[in-house]
Design a protein around this ligand. Structure first.
Ligand code: BGC
Length: 356
């Protein structure tokens, strides 16, 4: 679908399919294909891999807010957000359209993180810099051009923190080893294959648990593509197979941890037969679940920090000012740290979300 920039007037922040207007000012008319000329009028194009992903939709909301804040008094910015709905081909077409419509900066949440070449070629031909976010291109692709950036977080750190949180809980509560065999029987719910946050989170969480002196027995694992409903279904299969043997569920994100909780909700198991669950993200529902105690802990994937870095980078690229305030690694990467979340501090993270 091709949007006309004139439609900006009919759309407001947060509507689907759409142009969101930030910094309180309308872009002057203009039809598709026309390029914004002044440094003050900036069109920014965003395409995400799947807008129904809980973390991505929360991150995008933060980005809109952060961009409005950063732009205030400095530039008039209009943002077009497209949803690739899981198709790399659709995303490639969206990038071509966004460039044609005059976007001067692109933010790309790749569908297939190993396949950005077409997007990079299109952007380079028009000299439109790209900020990749959340789904990290492989290092060789980032070297294709010096106007490519990445904003995200270090997958290993989130896995280590999940492992440390789980180790704290297990070491402080012997009842978690319900069959008292000196080992923790566990299962894993893994994110999309090929995503930097899937395998690395699992491996580092498990390694951390082991190096804390905890004996583990892996019963099984399933891929649930970050998705709550899929995780419920996969967890139900594992419960069918292992009944009450599962003592620990490690999930690569909160949505899948909650899907696992949902699956137990459909059984008639009592508290005494339900494992402990750990997620990653600290989404709205994730934090709520930590406060209620359904998830024992999670790891905060700092969407406010990531959105702020993305917004600052947009402004720096658009205005040529402020690049030196950004903390790059290897000149192209900005990684925000993760944080551990337990019942004790979950409300602080809820407040962080509410403040941004
Ligand atoms: C998040 C997941 C999300 C994925 C999307 C990960 O960093 O933890 O919740 O589904 O990114 O790419």
């Amino acid at each position: 679908m091709k949007n006309d920039w004139g439609d900006i007037r009919k759309n407001v922040l947060g509507l689907a399919g759409f142009f969101a207007l930030v910094a309180g000012a309308l872009l002057a008319g203009g039809c598709a294909g026309e390029r914004a000329e002044t440094a003050g009028n900036i069109r920014v194009g965003v395409t995400c891999y799947d807008e129904s992903d809980t973390f991505i939709s929360e991150l995008l909301d933060c980005f809109r807010e952060e961009l409005a804040e950063e732009a205030e008094g400095r530039a008039e910015i209009a943002v077009a957000v497209r949803d690739a709905a899981g198709s790399q081909r659709v995303q490639d077409d969206q990038v071509a359209e966004l460039i044609e419509e005059g976007c001067r900066i692109l933010l790309v949440n790749l569908v297939d993180r190993a396949d950005p070449s077409e997007i990079i070629d299109l952007a380079r031909e028009s000299d439109v810099p790209i900020i990749f976010f959340n789904r990290e291109p492989v290092a060789e692709d980032m070297l294709q051009w010096d106007r490519l950036y990445y904003v995200g977080a270090d997958a290993r750190q989130s896995g280590v923190m999940q492992g440390e949180l789980a180790a704290d809980v297990i070491l402080s509560d012997p009842a978690i080893d319900r069959n008292r065999d000196g080992r923790i029987q566990y299962v894993v719910l893994e994110g999309e294959p090929g995503h930097q946050d899937a395998i690395i989170r699992t491996e580092s969480a498990v390694d951390t648990l082991k190096s804390s002196g905890i004996e583990l027995e892996k019963l099984s694992w399933r891929n649930a593509n970050w998705n709550r409903a899929q995780a419920q279904n996969r967890m139900a299969q594992m419960i069918g197979q292992y009944r009450t043997q599962i003592e620990l569920v490690l999930a690569n994100n909160d949505d899948m941890a909650l899907g696992a909780v949902d699956a137990y909700g459909k059984t008639n198991y009592t508290e005494a037969n339900i494992p402990v669950f750990f997620g990653i993200d600290g989404t709205e529902v994730g934090l709520e679940a930590v406060i209620e105690g359904t998830l024992r802990a999670t790891v905060y994937n700092d969407k406010e920090g990531q959105a702020e870095a993305m917004a600052k980078l947009v402004l720096a690229l658009a205005t040529g000012q402020g690049m030196d305030e950004l903390e790059f690694e290897k000149e192209q990467y900005i990684y925000l740290p993760y944080y551990k979340v337990t019942r004790e501090n979950a409300e602080e993270f809820q407040a962080k979300g509410a403040d941004s």
